[in-house]
Design a protein. Sequence first.
Length: 767
Amino acid sequence: MPPQIQTDQTISGVLERIIYFNEENAYCVAEVQIPESKRPVTVLGPLPGVQCGETLQLNGEWKRHPQHGDQFKIASFQSKLPASVHGIRKYLGSGLIHGIGKSYAQKIVDHFGADTLQIISEDSGRLHEIPGIGKQRAKSIKAAWDEQSAVRDVMMFLQTYGVTPSQCVRLVKKYGSGAKRILQDEPYRLAQDIERIGFKTADKIALNLGFPTNSKERIDAGILHTMRQLEDEGHTLGTETMLLEKATQLLSLDPPQIQQRIRALDQSAQLFGVQAYDTNQEFLGPAFQLPGTAGAEQRIADAIVRIAHTASILPPIKVDAAIEWAQSRAGFAFADQQSEALRTTLQSKVAIITGGPGTGKTTILRAVVDIVRAKRARIFLASPTGRAAQRLAEASGASASTIHRLLKYDPATRGFTYNEDNPLPCDFLIVDETSMLDTRLAAQLFQAIPSGAHLLLVGDADQLPSVGAGNILGDLMAAPPAHVTRLDTIYRQGKESGIVTTAHAILHGETHPGRTFRSLRDLDADLDFTFIEAEQPEQCVQAIQYLAREYLPKTHGIDPIKDLQVMSPMHRGRGGITALNTDLQETLNPREKAESRLRSDPDYAPATQTHFREKTRKPLPAEIEYGSSFYRIGDKVIQTRNNYDKNVFNGDTGVIKAIAPDRSGLSIQFDELVEYTKGELSEVRHAYAISIHKSQGSEYPVVIIPLLKQHFLLLQRNLIYTGVTRARCKVYFVGSLDAYAMAIKNNEQQVRMTHLHTRLRKAMENL
């Protein structure tokens, strides 16, 4: 038996057997023989570059697994090459080096003895002394040895800097055997080249290596990092004043030193200098952009102006007659504002329709689709997300797709099939939820539109802006050549909806939500907008659990996995996304329920999981551990970044359908069933609770929004408005009335600094 269970412990022993190893993140399950135990103990955690026979010193803690017993969870480790002949033979025979199997390992160690590893490392030419090892095999053995040494050296070098093992593996894959040299000579490259290694980590390494605080390498890296931070905040440019202020704070240097390097980066084309204006054409001063972003904005401006000033390829349309025909088809007369919006859309090459819920956007969309189809023209519809595309299809009566799927990503070229050189085969394109479009995706889309086609952009300008950098809808509305229609009247189909009236009340600054409830027993099932008062975080969480587990399923027949979405303003704290996901997983999908699904639900039955079947008859597991989380059969999850190879994108939600017998991966049902290795689970999070930003473009039957005073830093009117408008049938606020009022009063939205509106005006002037 291992020693008594305790945390922060160190154990040492010889690595006897590797049971499982993930190439992506170096996660390992292995057996280590330690002196205190008669049998090898199971260890698990990151162990990049190790092989059987090594002596490992492991830091971590003992955990007791309900099925597998005592295990040692690794936090960090150190490794020593084996010194004994037995250890070296085991080490080389483990498959460490391509070209050396057990047979050659035996021969090499028999010949060189305890000097074997030194010979391979420093005098590999002597391997010719072994019968059967020629020049090519010796060269291959030396190359494989050097690669393993690179992983080991990088790991040991970076262990004190908080760089994770998976990042170490990516470093070696990126830089090869030169990884350590690049780390020592050009440490600031890490922040730019390696995903999830930021400037602060690279700076810590560089300063420890002796790089001066005022080196041009450090200042340049700090400036570029500041620009990327500004983009993370949604800006596509930074004024020189903004850039100097933020970079000075980051680098703790005098502004003139930083200003000099900003100009140098501009001259070397690592930054792109512009003269910045706001949307009212007030001059803001000199500013800078990252070249990729500047190029994307210019491509958007060029494409919009090109489309707007090319003759239409649509068959001639008698607009007044078409509007009358659309009204008769709809079965009711359009309001004047709706008719005018439809007229503008049919007569304009580039048109924008914006308005809140209940203002008639759906009526106009359906009419446009009907009229264009009647002319036998090719019409495409697209939205940034899958859920938004589904809503667009339902609203318009036509098929719709995500923008990524419309443009057809090609994994072979790592680009889109439809582009500037191969335009979309369409005469009319409608894009819904345009407020979600970021600069880079918009550039790809607009470039692919044929010059003669019409473009209609639909969105709600009062919602949150896109997660990615840019303000596409706002910029296109602020500058020519798009023709803009603003819908601001609530028509009869929305007047009885508490969701619609509350959404418009929010926009008008009304700080009280109307009728509220202090007791869960008093809830009115007929209301579609409900505010439950809960001042304390624990009260709030308990109310959300009650709604999800009991009230909504029993009163309204709601499936809490499929039909309900909890959306929180914050990630941290008791009412934040992280804690809510843990609570709701235990409430809605505890381990016992996941196991029951596996046994009895045909949707999760083993017959549907043949892609994870082994020849052995191991029972399929109900959960898999990754980091500090457990992922279970039936869990609701969300994709957190675009993965073109898997055809899943940031914000897509799905349900876990299967887990591999050896817990090496799982499959998730999005539009299609998608497989993930364990190392790829960094792209996935639980989605019982998500951020309001992540909900953009989606619509859910029921929405619950916790709203507490502790959220005050993030409470804004457009955040609350966006949350309310995500609900189709019912929305529940749970929290503080003061927090609600605080959010509605805060209408000082951060203005996104962009250059697209200026580029559009210049492109128009240059015609």
